[in-house]
Design a protein around this ligand. Structure first.
Ligand code: 13P
Ligand code: SF4
Length: 337
């Protein structure tokens, strides 16, 4: 708890006064509630700009574990906000839209995951953070795209691994590490939309431009990539590489941070199948808006709740992840340099 008593009384606002300055009101409520606003790189630019901290899944977990705020307003998807609650149960965690789920989480119901584990009793289970609290509670170690390789390298070489729920990230990790990995067959509906044909065309139109891709992409996209990594790793790569144009194969809202930090460079989003649609935008992340963030801070709802038995078990696998993760690498700020 903070020294000053935060005001957590709900205001019960149902309609937003069209004359208020939304950003100023969010700022006022953030102070009054002693709240921290955490945002993932896939959130809209206006949410990223108002957040206290913008980061990848691992950075956001670390931040949620260490903040001394009383309220965490989590602008991301539900599994991320749940992880914040698992790590900081004494804090109030709000998510602007409780429907902000994830196709990977949906692909992995806890009862089916439990049966999967029972079918492979000799395997250690590494589970991508993109899953429910229940699945975290049934897992040995949680990983993110940032730390998965480093964590796998700490597991004895003869130990077979179960990896859930992302088959593409799991396949990429198995190939890189040469490890015996049995994969759950989930996918991210955003990263599986990229078109190899359109990507090859785009590369031909921009011959010197490196391709940076997230490992949630299928192998037919990853094999064209000059760099494969998590959102923070992609961001660091485009800031450190001397090229002036990049093709980005991940959710395109991250390009906002690239443009802020390197305004002289050009970033082109990798195309989806027809080369035209916006289907690479994450439909779950898009549910959070500035209006809903304001309402959630005003009304202190919707709040994330995790059953205490599940939370305590999930905390073990999440804490193991934090203990086994390499230290955070700072993101260079080219524009400020
Ligand atoms: P990272 O930010 O950890 O790379 O994860 C990407 C993602 O899928 C978020 O849903
Ligand atoms: Fe889930 Fe994919 Fe959206 Fe990330 S981008 S939240 S993995 S659906």
């Amino acid at each position: 708890m903070s020294d000053t008593q935060a005001n957590l009384t709900p205001l019960n606002i149902t309609e937003i006064d069209p004359f208020i300055d939304l950003k100023a009101e969010i700022d006022r409520l953030r102070k009054e509630r002693n709240a921290v606003i955490l945002a993932h790189y896939y959130q809209s630019p206006e949410i990223q700009d108002i957040a206290d901290f913008v980061g990848d899944s691992l950075d956001l977990s670390r931040n949620a574990a260490n903040t001394d705020a009383d309220v965490i307003a989590f602008c991301g998807v539900r599994f991320m906000a749940e992880t914040a609650k698992i790590l900081s149960p004494e804090k109030t965690v709000i998510l602007p839209d409780m429907e902000a789920g994830c196709s990977l989480e949906d692909s992995c119901p806890p009862d089916e995951f439990k049966a999967f584990r029972e079918e492979h009793p000799d395997h250690i289970s590494l589970t991508y953070i993109n899953c429910s609290a229940e699945v975290k509670a049934l897992s040995d170690i949680i990983v993110t795209s940032t730390n998965a390789e480093a964590i796998i390298n700490q597991i004895p070489e003869d130990q077979p691994i179960l990896f859930a729920p992302d088959k593409y990230l799991g396949g990429y990790l198995a190939k890189k590490s040469g490890r015996d990995m049995t994969l759950w067959q989930g996918t991210c509906i955003v990263h599986e939309q990229f078109s190899e044909r359109e990507l090859i065309k785009l590369k031909a139109e921009n011959p010197g431009a490196p391709i940076a891709a997230h490992p949630e992409c299928p192998d037919h996209i990853l094999r064209h990539a000059d760099h494969v990594g998590s959102t923070s790793s992609i961001l660091r790569y485009v800031l450190e590489d001397p090229s002036d144009t990049f093709i980005i194969a991940t959710e395109p809202h991250i390009i906002h941070q690239m443009q802020l930090r390197a305004p002289e460079k050009t970033f082109i989003g990798a195309p989806a199948d027809d080369g035209e649609c916006n289907c690479n935008n994450c439909p779950f992340m898009e549910l959070n808006t500035l209006e809903k963030l304001y309402l959630s801070l005003a009304n202190m709802t919707p709040q994330i709740e995790v059953d205490e038995d599940i939370r305590v078990k999930a905390l073990e696998s999440v804490q193991r992840m934090l203990e086994m993760s390499p230290a955070a690498k700072p993101i260079p700020d080219e524009a400020a340099a």
